[in-house]
Design a protein. Structure first.
Length: 727
């Protein structure tokens, strides 16, 4: 078994530190896995994975892992590498202890080393012992068959995307090649004309020839300028089109992901990946033309330089190779900083988003300074990372510039020596100077392209999970018509092993056209049950059937086409009232809009607005009260004309009069429809055909209002206060 080298893998997302540590340990023992594969073995959440999850993930790849508590003096006796639980919220890999330094890989910032005092502060955290995880391949376990990661996997993905981009945009790229070729011809002609001007025109005193050659240079310059302008126009248009296409592809695949995927992700990570799409787009647009002109320039100008001065070509080639090696020396540091900045920028954006959206709570609780302090600390971290990146850039570019200057000095010295010896004319020397200047551009492009490939590969790694997802076939409403809904022994918990079971032993049958009410104390699983019925989440065990047909991730979209729901955390989007009601229609049916408005008792409110239905609301419009938002959400649900209507605390913010009016309107609207109501108010649920009482995720009682009151159980206790008020 090959082992011994530690790879400084970095986490792709904020919650990936545990997964990345598993990946580092596995690679040390010669096993290579992708982050996506390891996520599939673990029960990760937005918080990452727990120690229990980590040991199970190791078991899933044929390793045995043991969590241990150990003192700092025993660390040197512990088999390394090992995973340390760091600062009570992070995982790192300790791989070597030497000369009083503890060498670690931090998935968030790369390889570094700490003093003993740092280990005591961040690992022991005030205790005598710290938590470590020891892992090694289990000799009794079979090798795990899995998609293995190759060192070029991200590059292979990038090349595949590059090929697809070329295939879809053949004409624009062909135009780029043609215009680049025209510019290249002009560049080739210029040194030849220049040499003739010096060696023939000036040396013979032929003024007419000098002016003729000067006129030719002007014409070539004009042609080159025009072709360059058109080239820039074509590249800009291509970049804009490609940017829209790539962003559309990313968002399309993102929207096709399941709710479980979003439940595991930090929103700011997904938004930050949009900037990675920009980086990939820039690479796709610039690389074909640069690759073509670089290759052509290197071939043509290298041949010309070899003809005039072969030693100069050898010096340039050696300098270029040295420059590439110099830049590659900084690759690991660049990679570490790039991933760290991604994580820090994502946290910063998320924090600013929370400040803007939670400003009322911040002011009420006097938390301005605290929230600002968190933001300042994040900015200081971003600043430090940016300074580190700048230092590396200065070292990298400074070394490259030094190599280039030494190259120019050497070539000038060689050419001057050849002129003195009579082996080269002044015109030839000036031509060599021009050629080396032009050849320096493609040689510099080679270094630039290597760095661009490195940075774009990092971006591809981060967006890979979304872009490799195969979108589900578009839903067909004819596939899943409204029918009886049956739940069979459903169990469910949200992602993350630290989360408890939210639903347990839930078996339920809902007849088509009936009205069901779900009640229970807060946190009892009512909203989660609704999400399971809608198909937003799939149960961990058990199944949901629609008309006897299992509800799966593949047909959930078809089922939701026939459902409408007013959720207690429903969102009002920036736009007009009309666009928020007819949220899925570009051209709304005004008759259905009017019916929805009347059902939700919004007609008088809208009539008093100067712009009526075209009034802008949401973040970029007028502020709505809680009751107005709920009525708008009810109108949105009614507009869909669903076969199944779900109301989750849909009237909790309404006054008694408005609630009574909307309940009457919904009673008329629900004829022939299945209605599922989640509510605490007795007036909303008492007329349901059947009431389901949930406690701690289990169905405790079921029956009509009168039956459950007479039974005197949990439902009776829940509504007893409201019964007293009613009496």
């Amino acid at each position: 078994m090959r082992k011994g080298r530690i790879y400084g893998y970095q986490q792709l997302e904020q919650s990936d530190c545990g997964i990345t540590c598993v990946r580092i340990i596995a690679r040390y023992f010669g096993y290579r896995y992708t982050p996506a594969f390891l996520r599939g073995l673990s029960d990760s959440s937005r918080l990452g994975i727990s120690i229990k999850d980590m040991t199970q993930t190791f078991a899933g790849i044929g390793f045995r892992a043991i969590p241990v508590r150990i003192g700092i003096d025993k660390l040197s006796e512990m088999p390394l590498p090992a995973i340390l639980y760091w600062n009570q919220n992070h995982f790192i890999v300790l791989y070597r202890i030497s000369k009083g330094r503890y060498h670690i890989v931090d998935p968030g910032s790369g390889k570094t080393s700490f003093r003993r005092s740092d280990i005591e502060t961040y690992w022991l955290s005030g205790s005598n012992t710290g938590l470590a995880i020891l892992a090694e391949p289990d000799p009794e376990a079979k090798p795990v068959e899995c998609p293995r990661e190759k060192s070029v996997s991200a590059i292979a993905t990038l090349l595949r995307l590059f090929g697809q981009c070329l295939g879809k945009n053949r004409k624009p790229f062909a135009a780029v090649m043609m215009l680049s070729l025209i510019s290249m011809c002009a560049d080739i002609a210029m040194p030849l004309i220049f040499q003739q001007t010096v060696d023939t025109g000036i040396s013979t005193g032929d003024i007419g020839l000098v002016w003729l050659l000067a006129l030719m240079q002007v014409m070539i310059f004009i042609g080159n300028f025009m072709s360059s302008a058109v080239l820039q126009y074509v590249i800009t248009r291509l970049g804009l089109s490609l940017g829209i296409s790539m962003m559309n592809e990313y968002l399309s695949r993102l929207l096709s992901m399941s709710m479980s995927f979003f439940a595991r992700k930090v929103s700011s990570d997904l938004i930050q990946k949009i900037h990675d799409q920009e980086r990939i787009k820039d690479f796709m647009v610039s690389m074909p033309g640069m690759l073509f002109t670089t290759a052509l320039s290197m071939i043509v100008f290298s041949a010309m330089l070899a003809y005039y001065c072969l030693p100069a070509l050898l010096i340039m080639t050696g300098a270029t190779l040295l420059g590439i090696m110099w830049n590659n020396a900084f690759l690991r540091h660049t990679r570490e900083i790039d991933f760290s900045r991604f994580s820090a920028l994502s946290k910063s954006r998320n924090h600013v988003y929370e400040i803007v959206n939670g400003i009322a709570e911040i002011k009420i609780n006097g938390a301005e300074e605290m929230r600002l302090g968190v933001w300042r600390r994040l900015q200081l971290k971003i600043r430090d990372l940016s300074v580190r990146a700048l230092k590396i850039e200065l070292l990298s570019s400074g070394g490259t510039s030094l190599i280039t200057k030494l190259q120019d000095v050497c070539i000038t010295g060689i050419c001057a020596t050849m002129v003195i010896r009579g082996e080269m004319t002044i015109g030839m020397m000036m031509t060599v100077g021009y050629i080396t200047g032009r050849l320096a551009i493609p040689f510099a492009n080679v270094v630039s392209m290597c760095r661009s490939v490195q940075k774009t590969t990092m971006a591809v790694e981060r967006v890979d999970e979304v872009m490799n997802h195969t979108p589900v076939r578009p839903a067909d409403t004819a596939c899943m018509p409204p029918a009886d809904i049956t739940l069979k022994n459903v169990w469910f918990r949200y992602p993350g092993s630290q989360n408890p079971d939210v639903l347990r032993h839930v078996s339920l049958s809902i007849r088509k056209g009936s009205t069901i009410a779900i009640v229970g104390a807060s946190g009892g699983g009512k909203t989660t049950l609704i999400k399971i019925i809608l198909g937003l989440f799939m149960p961990h065990t058990g199944e949901v059937e629609i008309g006897g047909r299992p509800l799966t991730a593949d047909n959930a979209g078809a089922w939701m086409k026939n459902c409408a729901a007013v959720m207690q955390d429903g969102i009002i989007f920036s736009g007009t009232i009309l666009s928020n009601i007819a949220i899925s229609d570009e051209h709304p049916d005004m008759a259905k809009v009017q019916e929805a408005i009347e059902t939700a008792c919004l007609d008088s409110f809208i009539a008093n607005l100067p712009m009526g239905l075209m009034t802008r609301i949401g973040v970029a419009g007028i502020e709505l009260s809680g009751g107005q938002k709920q009525r708008l959400l009810v109108a949105r649900a009614v507009y869909r004309n669903p076969g199944v209507l779900i109301l989750d605390e849909a009237t909790s913010s309404l006054d008694a009069e408005n609630e009574a009016s909307i309940v009457r309107n919904i009673n008329r609207f629900k004829q022939g429809r299945t209605v599922i109501i989640v509510a605490h108010r007795l007036s909303t649920v008492k007329n349901a055909d059947r009431i389901i009482f949930l406690r701690n995720g289990e169905i405790i009682e079921t029956g009509t209002h009168r039956e459950l009151v007479d039974y005197g159980g949990g439902y009776f206790q829940l509504i007893s206060n409201q019964l007293e008020i009613a009496n």
